[in-house]
Each structure stands twice: as structure tokens, then as C-alpha cells.
Design a protein around this ligand. Structure first.
Ligand SMILES: [Zn+2]
Length: 348
């Protein structure tokens, strides 16, 4: 398996996270990517440095004003008297407000959906590097298709993750939607249809939002039931897309504690839906936080279960880019990645 990576992710190192009223260390730390990289190396995969693509592929998905905010906000923030090291919003436009933001504090509340996406000095460099890792993978898959290669799959070791990022809003550790950016690169380079299958334990609300009105990207997500779990306000089974995108978004909310067997039953249904769509490329938003051992655990997937997840997706035989989403530090994080990649490659 080709594994695209960049060490520049480490410039983004969020310090804090508010959980149940307590300020704790952010679980989305650079060490995650180091553990995943080591796991990929130990399993014998081919590690390839991502190329740099600048903000052009990013702006094909994200609103220009939002990208400019991400790029410049920290410099403005640090000039505020008594400001902290990271931009963390403390006010959001509520449902009874409608004025436009025009100060750094209101812009922060407008563009950052929650407190889980602090912006520090190196955030922009880190998140662009994560996008570059995804874009490098997307170009590799499109070249495989053009060359008729049977090894038409790769893994992009993205950090920070991306699937909670909307076209104009960060949230849930995510700033730039790497899977969406990669999908658009595929479409702009010959693919007619792309499917995004999201197996992160959290609903891919940003990805859903970006493609909700479109039929050229089919989005499908398996996740912990948002009635009881982040992102709470999206990810329900009745969200099926709108306008031209009607029926091109599917959600499979799963109950707390769902085990391997029940998860795989739902996943097989999802893979069948993907196959019916006949995408030129499948992008997998590969969160590993459905693990029973994840610090944010909601579902109960074992390492053997991750092997089966990889196998079920790999067996579909579609040109596939696996993109790292969530998955936080636990004793089995490395094993779960190795198992997923090994399951995927079992017959390919
Ligand atoms: Zn997640």
C-alpha cells in the first residue's frame, strides 16, 4: 500500500479541548500521526512524501473568505490585549441572531463551530499539509486509473482530520475537508462520479454539507447515533440530500456499543449502496475511533473488526483512496490501522 504523509502536520498542535465542562488536553495531537506512521512503516508499506499544491485545490471546495480567515486570523488575534496562544471562540451566532461578523472575536465564533478547533501560530501550515497529503493520494489514484494499474489504491495519512469541516466552517478538530478536497481533485481530473464512505465513529457532517445538493459525489456515513453523540445536530437517517443531491446522501446511525458483527452488517449494506452508484473512485473517510478502546469511544469495534472493515471495503474492487480521519491515542491505535490496511489488501 502506498502511504502518503507529511511531517508538517506537527505545526498544528492544539492545546485544549472542552469536554463536559472541563478544559482538558486536546486528544487531536501530533503524536497520533507519529503512531500511525510508525504502524505503516512496521507493516512494510511504501511511505511517500506528499507534494505541495498550495491553496488551489482547497479553494475548489472551501469559501475564499473562510480560507483567508484561517490564513490570517492568528496574526490579528495575537495583537488583541491579553489574548491566549490559540483562537478559541467564546460566542457563536445563535439561531436568534443575524448580524454579520466583523471583529476577530466574532469572526472566530462565525467560522469555528465549536471549541474543538483552536487555531494556533502554526495551524494554517499544518492543515494545508494535511490537505496536500489527501491531494497527493487523489492524483496517485487518478494516475493509476489512466495507466490501467490494478494496484489502484492508496492511504493518505492526514492529520488533522477533515470530515467535520464545511465549506466555510471548522469544527470537531477539522479545518479543511481533506476527503472533499480529494474528491474534487478526482472529478477535475477525469472521474465522473466519486463516493465517500465515512467509517469514522462521528458523522461526517462537513462532508455531507459540502455535497448535500450534488449527485456527482455520493456521501454515506456509518456513525454513533447523533441523538446521543457528536456532532448531535446532523447525521440522522432522514438526511438524504436535496435538490439534485436527493438520495445521494445516506446515514446509518448506530447504537452505543455496536459490536463487530452488527457494524459489519451495516457496512456491507453501505458497500452495496456504493457499488450500485458505480463510482470511478471510492474515498474512505477512515476514522479509527469506532474502536472499543478509543478515548472517545461510542462503538465497540475490535482490531479483528477493523481487519474485516478493511476487507469488506477492499473486496468491492473499486479504485480507492483511504483518508485518515479520527482515531485517538490508545494501546491499539497502531494495530487498528495495520489491521485495516491488511484487510483491505487481502485480495488486491
Ligand atoms: Zn471521529
Amino acid at each position: 500500500m502506498r502511504v502518503f504523509f507529511s511531517h508538517k502536520h506537527q505545526f498544528h498542535s492544539p492545546q485544549s479541548f472542552i469536554s463536559r465542562g472541563r478544559v482538558i488536553e486536546s486528544p487531536e495531537k501530533p503524536q497520533r500521526a507519529n503512531i500511525l506512521e510508525k504502524a505503516a512503516r512496521s507493516a512494510g508499506h511504501d511511505l511517500i512524501h506528499a507534494k505541495e499544491y498550495g491553496d488551489k485545490p482547497i479553494k475548489a471546495i472551501h469559501q475564499e473568505e473562510y480560507v483567508n480567515f484561517l490564513k490570517t486570523a492568528w496574526l490579528t488575534w495575537k495583537d488583541l490585549p491579553d489574548s491566549g496562544d490559540e483562537i478559541i471562540p467564546n460566542v457563536h451566532p445563535g439561531r436568534n441572531m443575524n448580524a454579520s461578523p466583523n471583529s476577530i472575536i466574532s469572526l472566530s465564533g462565525y467560522y469555528q463551530a465549536d471549541t474543538a478547533c483552536p487555531i494556533g501560530k502554526g495551524t494554517y501550515e499544518g492543515i494545508v499539509a494535511s490537505s496536500d497529503v489527501a491531494v497527493s493520494g487523489a492524483y496517485a489514484i487518478m494516475n493509476d486509473i489512466k495507466n490501467g494499474s490494478s494496484k489502484n489504491f492508496a492511504y493518505s495519512l492526514c492529520r488533522p482530520p477533515g470530515h467535520h469541516a464545511f465549506a466555510d466552517q471548522a469544527g470537531g478538530f477539522c479545518f479543511l475537508n481533506n476527503a472533499a478536497i480529494a474528491a474534487q481533485v478526482c472529478l477535475d481530473n477525469g472521474a465522473k462520479r466519486v463516493a465517500i464512505l465515512d467509517v469514522d465513529v462521528h458523522h461526517g457532517n462537513g462532508t455531507q454539507g459540502i455535497f448535500y445538493h450534488r449527485s456527482d459525489v455520493f456521501t454515506i456515513s456509518l456513525h454513533g447515533d447523533p441523538l446521543f453523540y457528536y456532532p448531535f445536530f446532523a447525521g440522522h437517517a432522514d438526511e438524504v440530500g436535496s435538490d439534485e443531491g436527493t438520495e445521494y446522501n445516506l446515514n446509518y446511525p448506530l447504537p452505543r456499543g455496536t459490536n463487530d458483527e452488527d457494524y459489519l452488517r451495516a457496512l456491507n449494506k453501505a458497500v452495496d449502496k456504493v457499488a450500485t452508484y458505480q463510482p470511478d473512485v471510492l474515498i474512505v473517510a477512515l476514522g479509527l475511533d469506532a474502536s472499543i478502546s478509543d478515548p472517545l469511544a461510542f462503538l465497540s469495534i475490535t482490531t479483528d473488526g477493523f481487519f474485516e472493515i478493511g476487507k469488506a471495503i477492499g473486496d468491492a474492487g473499486i479504485p480507492t483512496l483511504l483518508i485518515q480521519e479520527g482515531g485517538y491515542i490508545s494501546p491499539v491505535l497502531a494495530d487498528n490501522l495495520a489491521a485495516t490496511l491488511s484487510g483491505f489488501e487481502r485480495i488486491r
